[in-house]
Design a protein. Structure first.
Length: 82
């Protein structure tokens, strides 16, 4: 929950949650801005994960939406009674 709050504070949560998608049309600067923010979010998520857990993120290190989904999938499934 702390990571979600941090992402919200940095203005990245809507991107991570999938509510804000990459602009398909528009100016190049808008697309570049979205990509930069996506990289920031992905980097923050990756660094917040313990080294042993990073094995789950292979191949999706640059996609914050997929990272968040994978972490939810792995950690919610491991909780008893989930």
């Amino acid at each position: 929950m702390e990571m979600k709050a941090w992402l919200m504070m940095k203005g990245l949560w809507m991107l991570v949650s999938g509510d804000e998608t990459s602009p398909s049309t528009g100016q190049k600067s808008e697309v570049l801005d979205w990509k930069l923010r996506a990289q920031k979010a992905a980097g923050a998520l990756f660094l917040a994960v313990e080294h042993e857990q990073r094995v789950h993120l292979g191949g999706i290190e640059d996609n914050p939406v997929k990272i968040w989904s994978k972490l939810k999938e792995v950690h919610v499934a491991q909780r008893p009674g989930a």
